[in-house]
Write a protein that binds this ligand. Structure first.
Ligand code: PLP
Length: 475
């Protein structure tokens, strides 16, 4: 493809993209296709001679759109939001053009340096303590990971390296494998599945502890578990606390967990994948109280801060535990300025990394903090609006305090009836929700996801819920 053709193709795509997003409300949120729908729609082999780009464009509606779940529809209320904004899309075009692999400073200095500064900007925006920020001049700093799952695993690996180092100083006779066999990590039984997975991938025990009646992991529960495990000869080394759980957007008690971790030399990682974006609003920062005690903190601007996937920001007070623990330094990756700026390949699992800081830079500049705050506040208001509609219908109950943009609710009826309600709702295809279950109580989760969502959309979603409930209860 030549530059002239590229310009025409790209212009047409931009028109298509804005048309798609601005009219997304008119599409059915969940597709109706069956598994295997796509293969018969395209040839069995790649073309020998190039296709025309006009034909590729035409195939988007024919082949792709019938199988798309429209995550940015105002009627999409499943999981948590995933971000989407025009500045981030444009930044990705530029990132695609530069197409560098920024594993070290010299591999593309702007890629590393913009990331360092953006993590400082964002850290300041959410009120992170200074010692997490590179601009403080201390050890701390931030990095963009692909996902929160990677951040949890990377922090676990850092914690593991730190504890092995500590134990070896005290007991030089112990081998690495003897120490690793005794390591134990903790999290709430309600933390995201990626935390359990980090334990599996990291080859260590991960205990899921019971949260309290309000679904918050408490300091005392952690303390008891640590004591038990120490008595059994194990070595506690890592805790993952969640701010905004996936099931119900609940907040572990950081103010209690932090001191327990600090006094036991345990690495505390805080997973605020969804809720973290809300901390740009001062009124929600009470939810991160106690963050000063953490060793690492992560949230996903690609969830709720209008930066398209992938952009998972992570800060560490002392990244040297990662950088030094996994430092393999072949000649072809060395450069003369090593040590003068971060070489992010040491902070992550893969070697390669995209120029993701561009998306953050464009979004932060082109929205400005005020508009981003307004966006978060609007979602929280819409959640409270939906909550008020649910509370106004005595057939329903709210099962968890609505703090941010998630409403957990159910019919005051059996799990089976609520399962039938969800099945009917998703089957009607106008709105899309997913359920969760806590202590055997099944409930529906309605998350405010799209940046296009207005009050009128919430009215439509509520009408859908009410009608589906009428049908289910009649049956
Ligand atoms: N942690 C929490 C609290 C989440 O809600 C999620 C996803 O929704 C994750 C972690 C996993 O996020 P990612 O897909 O970025 O790994």
């Amino acid at each position: 493809m030549e530059a002239n053709q590229f310009k025409d193709f790209a212009k047409e795509m931009i028109d298509y993209v804005s048309g798609y997003l601005e009219n997304i409300r008119d599409r059915r949120v969940l597709p109706t296709v069956e598994p295997g729908y796509l293969r018969p729609l395209i040839p069995a082999t790649a073309p020998q001679k190039p296709d025309k780009w006009e034909d590729v464009m035409a195939d988007i509606e024919r082949v792709i759109m019938p199988g798309v779940t429209h995550w940015h529809s105002p009627r999409f209320h499943a999981y948590f939001p995933t971000a989407n904004s025009y500045p981030a899309i444009v930044a990705d075009i530029l990132s695609g053009a530069i197409a560098c692999i920024g594993f070290s400073w010299i591999a593309s200095p702007a890629c590393t340096e913009l990331e360092v500064v953006m993590l400082d900007w964002l850290g300041k925006m959410i009120g992170l303590p200074e010692d997490f920020l590179a601009c403080s001049g201390g050890k701390g700093g931030g990095v963009i990971q692909g996902t929160a799952s990677e951040a949890t695993l990377v922090a676990l690996l850092g914690a593991k390296a730190r504890m092995i180092d500590r134990v070896k100083k005290e007991k030089p006779e112990m081998s690495d494998s003897e120490i690793v066999a005794k390591l134990v990590a903790y999290t709430s039984a309600q933390s995201h599945s990626s935390v359990e997975r980090a334990g599996l991938l990291g080859g260590v025990k991960m205990r899921g502890l019971q949260p309290d009646d309000n679904n918050r992991l408490r300091g005392e529960t952690l303390e008891v578990a640590i004591k038990e495990d120490r008595e059994a000869g194990l070595i506690p080394f890592y805790v993952v606390a969640t701010l905004g759980t996936t099931s119900s957007c609940t907040f572990d008690n950081l103010e209690e967990l932090g001191p327990v971790c600090n006094s036991n030399n345990i690495w505390l990682h805080v997973d605020a994948a969804y809720a973290g974006s809300s901390f740009i609003c001062p009124e929600f920062r009470y939810l991160m109280k106690g963050i000063d005690r953490a060793d690492s903190f992560n949230f996903n601007p690609h969830k709720w801060l209008l930066v398209n996937f992938d952009c998972s920001t992570m800060w560490l007070k002392d990244p040297s535990w990662l950088v030094n623990a996994f430092n393999v330094d072949p000649l072809y990756l060395k450069h003369e300025q090593q040590g003068a700026a971060p070489d992010y390949r040491h902070w992550q699992i893969p070697l390669g990394r995209r120029f993701r800081a561009l998306k953050l830079w464009f979004v932060l500049r082109l929205y400005g903090i005020e508009n981003l705050q307004a966006f978060i506040r609007k979602h929280v208001e819409l959640a409270h609006y939906f909550e008020s509609l649910v509370r106004g219908d005595e057939r329903f109950e709210i099962t968890e305090e609505v703090v941010l943009g998630l409403v957990c609710f159910r019919l005051k009826a059996s799990n089976e009836i609520n399962e039938a309600l969800l099945k009917r709702l998703n089957g009607r295809g106008v709105i899309h929700l997913v359920p969760s279950k806590i202590r055997d109580v099944y409930f529906l989760r309605l998350a405010i996801c799209s940046r296009f969502t207005e009050k009128a959309d919430i009215d439509i979603s509520w009408k859908e819920v009410k009608e589906a409930a009428d049908e289910v209860l009649k049956k």
